[in-house]
Design a protein around this ligand. Structure first.
Ligand code: G3H
Ligand code: 13P
Ligand code: ZN
Length: 317
């Protein structure tokens, strides 16, 4: 059942985080639904501009509708990840999305406010909520690359102004993470001081954490043992920090890279061990199971596992 992102936020805020998982194809979607049913968790499916191009937005929509029929007990929202104004308008008008993200964080504060406000005005007329970003994460997203030197944490004072001026429903904040597989060096971690300062000032507005993959060492090692050449210094967010962050208002936690690592490990190991194989379905089948297990384990760390029936009951009221 597709629900609004706002409903999920209301029930989870300050208690646990909802996993927001990027999908690009049918195998990933099947694994995602299976993993969330397995762990009895609500979830957010997110679709990037790149995914909408790769598997055609109409195909992705059809895949999600079908998955919802195959798994009628699933409760989830559908979200546009890192949209520009054009993509947001398209998704708002499609009637399929629960929420959109307008990412104008690379613009000046004033331009970010103006663009975000235009999207908010349009989205709210149709009952769709809007995530907006302030501050800049490092790493690569779509065709924009931000090097570490230009990444800047969200200023809590600006965050209040930004939320007030735009009317956005949730705030993607730069709190120490970056996109991709190379987030931290040494023992860095989330900037809980910044999260706390932001929450204090915009209390009640869900904070969104991008770049939340944990990039498990074991996954990187298995990929490299099967012919990959990932930099062994790859490092992500400590999964044990998800829940403490959630208690401070981080209500949506975005995970994409970790799922890509699962895909890469499964396929590299499969073709290493079966070099004469050329049917894509056997590794695809293994991937769906592995991806489901990965999602179920993530939901445990996010605190969303086991919340499905509670959410269902609350939605019926
Ligand atoms: O933050 C970006 C997400 O990981 C989506 O990646 O734009 O390559 O689909 P993508
Ligand atoms: P990761 O690259 O850490 O998985 O982050 C994904 C993300 O933020 C999607 O918006
Ligand atoms: Zn992101």
């Amino acid at each position: 059942m597709i629900v609004t992102t706002a409903e999920l936020y209301k029930l989870a805020y300050g208690k646990y985080a909802i996993g927001a998982y990027n999908i690009n194809n049918a195998e990933q979607t099947m694994g995602l639904f299976r993993g969330c049913i397995q762990s009895k968790a609500p979830f957010i499916i997110q679709i990037s501009k790149g995914a909408r191009k790769y598997t055609d937005k109409r195909m992705l929509e059809a895949i999600i509708r079908s998955a919802s029929e195959i798994f009628p007990e699933a409760i989830f929202a559908v979200h546009l990840d890192h949209g520009d104004e054009e993509a947001c308008i398209d998704c708002i008008n499609s009637g399929f999305y629960s929420s959109v993200m307008i990412d104008a964080s690379h613009e000046t504060f004033e331009q970010n406010v103006a663009i975000t406000k235009r999207v908010v005005d349009l989205a709210h007329k149709k009952g769709i909520s809007v995530e907006a970003e302030l501050g800049q994460l490092g790493g690569v997203e779509e065709d924009i690359q931000v090097d570490e030197g230009h990444a800047c944490l969200t200023n809590p004072e600006e965050a209040v102004e930004f939320v007030r001026l735009t009317g956005c429903d949730s705030l993607a904040a730069a709190i120490g993470t970056s996109h991709g597989a190379y987030k931290f060096k040494g023992h860095q971690s989330l900037r809980f001081d910044v999260i706390e300062a932001i929450q204090k000032r915009i209390h009640g507005t869900p904070i969104v954490m991008h770049g939340s993959s944990s990039v498990p060492k074991s996954e990187v090692e298995r990929i490299n043992a099967a012919g990959g050449k990932l930099d062994p210094s790859a490092c992500g967010v400590d999964e044990n920090e998800y829940l403490p962050a959630a208690k401070l208002g981080v209500t949506k936690i975005n995970i994409d890279t970790d799922g890509r690592l699962v895909w890469t490990r499964v396929h590299r190991e499969f073709f290493r061990d079966k070099p004469t194989e050329f049917d894509f379905r056997p590794p695809g089948t293994i991937f769906q199971t592995e991806y489901a297990n990965f999602i179920a384990a993530k939901n445990q760390k996010l605190g969303s596992a086991g919340k499905l029936e509670e959410i269902r009951a609350a939605l019926k009221k």
